[in-house]
Design a protein around this ligand. Structure first.
Ligand SMILES: [Zn+2]
Length: 655
């Protein structure tokens, strides 16, 4: 009965629709929401034609708008279907939703936040340090925000929490690959969200009908749970199911970038690969510099040769031979690429692709291949198949695709798809090309171009660059998990200097193993022995507890939801990451055989109570290199009051 729309509400909706363009969603149980459509040749108002508890139909000027309500788990989904009544063409310039939320109980905008965290790189560029106490959320609901969410950057989704990190209101569009602008504004005692969608061509392609759905979730629950539910609905709505991620992609990755930059060569890569094998890595990623000159060739548009994917003979005289040598050590190999970037001196540009580049509104030619050019998809498929065949490579690290703009002004031909879907098609073509030669080849990317729209073309996704800050990487990594639930979440390679103390190195590595597949970019050929020893110990820890770390149930808890503590609950053990010294309780949801506490607080003294700990337990503390620290202690009733070295750990087991 709660779904029945009261007559009075219908009347007011009818009146509002007759005088104003937006349509108020009339269903009960949905936040106050208005839908608007910018339709070519349509200047009229919507008139209510029929309504019941979960369906309404509006008509006007030969168009029909149906709204249908669906309830699914914690979500309420409002589907719309807009179509011409008499077969005439439909061209929608844009459409959007305005959602009015009373401020009471709202506290912080948690999503979208990946862009803001990723752009901390600008802060680092200016200050040469990372900000202190940066929060997990984007802003408080006393403040406004605006975020472009094109297909190559973000999902069309907003989530607001209370002051404990519980979901209060989540709303997102369901249809994939349409550009969206997300906004939040304070209006009196309300927080008003808008989610406006616009593409570079009218929607839908070819006329016909336009459909989408707004997914609401106002259930009080951990925000990550609400976001994952949205991501699953999005995938289901768009008919997406990710094929199984190759098992080898759970292997710890060593990346050449942060310690060597683009100054890499065959001999050096082989040396570090040997050292990595000894330390416990499973994959070597040869980053930028292998197919262009050093000193910035990879971003050189005017004089660069990017786009040919030919290993530089002066530094990599035998790339297939190098890959084979690394394979023979039992390691996998990945190569860096930026598939849309192409230098003007490349063979590809000089002989084939010069007219395929994007142009801006001034007509200037750009660095990027145009995803809407009809040849680009096939070109990428062929190039990536060639790379797989030529180098026997296991995967490609796909970079810089978020530089592709939303609109191309070139007068070359364009496919009859908007930029959003064309962009996803191109990335997918690259992956398909690799896999046409090597069926277990994998692709990896970082946010923003790795996102809910594009993830079907990736196997591993990672945060943006913040190599010297394990805390920024941790916060960024938390934001990946809800939407990347069917992929491997991985770290951006972590990096520290030779002078870094053992406790800090331990914190880097403790954070890393909780943040998905490990990735590091430290020069272990010249690093202090202590750093090598600590790394080796944590990679061994990762291997031993991989099942829990990668497949366990991940949750946030603790004294500060803006910089939370974390828990990963496996079948018989729990890994608990402690960040806040003020956190006094670990709420294990059930009893497990082993509780592993990782101390990433700023204190060696840990005091807390573990719910569901064994009545009598033994606790052994470990140093950052996993050597034992002191004698085991007895725990009564889960009360911990002990010295656990920072960057180290403690294991609690039943006595
Ligand atoms: Zn174009």
């Amino acid at each position: 009965m709660e779904h029945v729309v009261p007559i009075a509400l219908l009347t007011s909706a009818l009146t509002a629709a007759a005088t104003a363009a937006p349509v108020k969603v009339p269903f009960t149980g949905v936040p106050e929401t208005y839908l608007s459509f910018e339709i070519e040749g349509f200047a009229g108002s919507w008139v209510l034609q029929s309504a019941n508890a979960d369906f309404v139909r509006y008509v006007s000027d030969g168009f029909r708008l149906d709204l249908r309500l669906e309830r699914r788990g914690s979500q309420t989904i409002v589907h719309f279907d807009l179509r011409p009544e008499d077969g005439q063409g439909l061209r929608v310039r844009s459409y959007g939703a305005k959602v009015v939320l009373p401020q009471a109980g709202l506290h912080a905008v948690m999503v979208p936040n990946q862009h803001k965290i990723a752009r901390l790189l600008d802060y680092w560029g200016e200050h040469h340090k990372w900000p202190e106490n940066f929060p997990l959320y984007r802003n408080l609901t006393s403040e406004e925000f605006k975020q472009a969410a094109p297909t190559n950057a973000e999902a069309p989704f907003i989530l607001i929490t209370d002051d404990r990190g519980q979901n209060r209101a989540a709303v997102g569009w369901a249809a994939a690959e349409r550009g969206t602008t997300l906004e939040g504004k304070v209006e009196g005692s309300n927080y008003v969200l808008t989610l406006d969608r616009r593409e570079d061509v009218p929607l839908p392609p070819g006329g016909g009908a336009l459909q989408d759905a707004l997914v609401f979730d106002t259930t009080l629950q951990p925000w990550m749970t609400a976001e994952e539910a949205y991501a699953r609905t999005f995938d289901r709505y768009n008919g997406r199911k990710h094929d199984p991620v190759p098992a080898w992609t759970s292997e710890p990755v060593y990346c050449t970038w942060y310690c060597y930059g683009d100054k890499i060569d065959q001999e050096g890569v082989l040396k570090i690969a040997r050292k990595c094998k000894e330390l416990g890595f499973g994959t070597i990623l040869i980053d930028a510099g292998w197919d262009c000159r050093t000193g910035g060739g990879y971003i050189d548009w005017e004089n660069g040769i990017l786009g040919d994917y030919i290993a530089r003979p002066e530094r990599f005289p035998d790339m297939p031979g190098l890959v084979k040598q690394i394979h023979d050590m039992g390691l996998r190999v990945m190569l860096w690429c930026a598939p849309f970037w192409e230098g003007k001196k490349s063979i590809a540009y000089r002989t084939k692709t010069s007219s395929w580049h994007m142009r801006d509104s001034e007509g200037s030619e750009m660095h990027e291949l145009c995803p809407r050019h009809p040849e680009v998809r096939k070109h990428l498929f062929e190039r990536f198949a060639w790379i797989a065949k030529t180098y026997d490579i296991d995967g490609m690290w796909i970079d810089a695709a978020d530089a592709v703009r939303g609109v191309c002004y070139a007068d070359h031909p364009h496919v009859d798809r908007a930029m959003g879907p064309a962009f996803v098609d191109c990335i997918k073509a690259a992956r398909d090309g690799l896999r046409s030669v090597k069926p277990d080849a994998a692709t990896e990317a970082r946010v923003m171009h790795a996102n809910l729209n594009t993830k079907m073309a990736f196997d591993m996704v990672q945060p943006s660059d913040a190599p010297q800050s394990y805390e920024i990487l941790r916060l960024a990594g938390i934001h990946l998990r809800p939407w990347a639930y069917d992929l491997h979440v991985k770290n951006d390679p972590m990096y520290w200097t030779k002078k870094t103390d053992g406790a800090t190195v331990g914190k880097f590595l403790a954070t890393m193993v909780c943040n998905g597949v490990p990735a590091l970019s430290v020069d272990y050929l010249t690093a202090p022995d202590e750093h090598c020893r600590i790394t080796k110990a944590w990679l061994a820890f990762y291997r031993e507890h991989k099942d829990t770390l990668l497949k366990g149930k991940f949750s946030l808890f603790g004294a500060d939801f803006g910089s939370p503590d974390m828990m990963i609950l496996g079948t018989s053990e729990a890994v608990v990451y402690l960040k806040n010294p003020a956190t006094s309780e670990v709420e294990l949801p059930r009893r497990v055989n082993r509780i592993i506490l990782l101390n990433c607080t700023s204190s060696d003294e840990v005091r807390l109570k573990i719910a569901h700990a064994p009545a009598r337990a033994r606790m052994t503390a470990y140093n950052p290199d996993w050597s034992q620290a002191g004698e085991p202690a007895v725990l009564d009733a889960g009360v911990v009051s002990a010295r656990i070295p920072q960057g180290g750990a403690a294991i609690v087991t039943a006595k």
